[in-house]
Design a protein around this ligand. Structure first.
Ligand SMILES: *Cc1c(COP(=O)(O)O)cnc(C)c1O
Ligand code: SF4
Length: 388
């Protein structure tokens, strides 16, 4: 990508989509928040909407929130409704269809919720659902009921209210060493409010690390300002996991946002969701993972798409997930291979197929090319050998 993004370039944008935007505004995240696309009229300045999209937008009114930052819209193909960026952000008819087995909370957040915002599911770490706001409402959000569904949320009404009860719970449970701020997107808050939350956590001696789950580096990388990064750096160790799903999302702007975080000592990881029609093929996923390494983001999880109400049309089979994982493992460095997990009420469960089978003769191993060998029990005993 070259030139100032958002400027109308008649060579790459002959149809005249992508309105001309002065650089000072384009580089200001608040401008993008103010100018979010949330009506068909605004969307038509960026995309040639299809009849299906228009129908879905109309049908989801009053049910699902819809908003797209101009930055994220600029990554979309204005003429291709199957564009992988567009599919993540523009409502589709599948959201309003009914599928068997869907649930608004398949991961059990409400079951493990201990205070208004704290979900305590694992022994040593919690998540804090600090907001329901996001710059773009991803159509595939696993917390769609909380973020995108206007009829629901896991919060009481006082999102802006005091965090005292939540902080007290964490302080009262010194086994909690790791607090993950999520939502919604925590970076939707202004820096001042965010620093209040982070320093509240830092004041608790048993909290060792603070993690932030944020899709801003992908949806509006301009939000990752030097001021924000310097603020986070005052409260280290702070880690951030983001959510790239497709190589098209890796741009000079997103790479620069990641670079600012890294320069301020915030390690950046990535959680991808396996989505039908978006990234459910080996080539796309291999490119995504290696491109992430190029911008120094470490792949962490590959989530199997949960059977969430309004999201089920994005689901793939577990077989497809295996095929993709086996197209990564060994073909590219292990550093670029995420862990394939299913998020359930009982936790995140690794579901990749093993590369070994225990046999009477030892471990039967296979490699990425399908070649097999047995390592005998004399070399690698499977059970503890008898005392010698
Ligand atoms: C995902 C999640 C975590 C963090 O899990 P890690 O595997 O440590 O990244 C913690 N608590 C809840 C409730 C979660 O859903
Ligand atoms: S940014 Fe994250 S929390 Fe917000 S809608 Fe997208 S996936 Fe959901």
């Amino acid at each position: 990508m070259s030139g100032t993004p958002g400027e109308h370039d008649t060579t790459t944008d002959p149809a005249g989509f992508r309105p001309r935007v002065p650089a000072a505004e384009w580089n200001d995240w608040r401008w993008h928040m103010r100018k979010r696309i949330n009506t068909t009229d605004k969307a038509r300045r960026w995309l040639r909407l299809t009849a299906d999209e228009e129908k879905a937008i109309a049908a989801s009114a009053g049910k699902y929130r819809w908003s797209i930052t101009p930055y994220y819209a600029s990554l979309m193909d204005p003429d291709d409704p199957a564009c992988p960026v567009r599919l993540q952000a523009v409502p589709a008819p599948g959201e309003l269809e009914r599928f068997p087995g869907t649930d608004v909370d398949p991961v059990g957040d409400t079951y493990y919720r201990k205070t208004n915002r704290v979900v305590h599911k694992y022994p040593d770490r919690v998540i804090m659902l600090v907001t329901e706001a996001c710059p773009v409402y991803c159509r595939h959000c696993t917390r769609k009921f909380h973020t995108t569904d206007v009829t629901g949320t896991y919060f009481r009404d006082d999102e802006g209210g005091s965090f005292d009860e939540d902080l007290r719970y964490i302080a009262d449970h010194p086994e909690i060493r790791d607090v993950l701020l999520t939502g919604g997107d925590p970076l939707s808050y202004q820096d001042g409010k965010l620093e209040e939350i982070v320093s509240g956590l830092r004041a608790i001696p048993s909290v060792e690390i603070i993690r932030i789950g944020s899709r801003f580096p992908v949806l509006l990388p301009q939000r990752i300002t030097d001021d924000l990064c310097a603020m986070l750096a005052r409260h280290h160790p702070v880690w951030l996991n983001t959510h790239f799903n497709h190589p098209k999302e890796i741009t000079p702007e997103s790479a620069a946002a990641v670079d600012r975080l890294l320069r301020h000592g915030v390690p950046v990881g990535n959680q991808t969701v396996l989505l039908r029609g978006i990234n459910d093929d080996v080539t796309t996923m291999r490119t995504l993972m290696t491109e992430l390494l190029r911008i120094r983001v470490r792949p962490y999880y590959l989530y199997h798409c949960d059977n969430v109400t309004g999201v089920a049309h994005f689901m793939t089979s577990v077989e497809k997930g295996w095929e993709i994982m086996e197209g990564l493992q060994g073909h590219i460095t292990g550093f670029a291979v995420p862990q394939y997990v299913l998020t359930t009420r009982i936790g995140k469960i690794p579901i990749a197929r093993p590369y070994f089978t225990p046999t009477a003769d030892g471990l039967l191993l296979r490699n990425y090319r399908g070649e097999e060998m047995v390592v005998g029990t004399a070399v690698h005993p499977i059970t503890e050998p008898d005392a010698r």
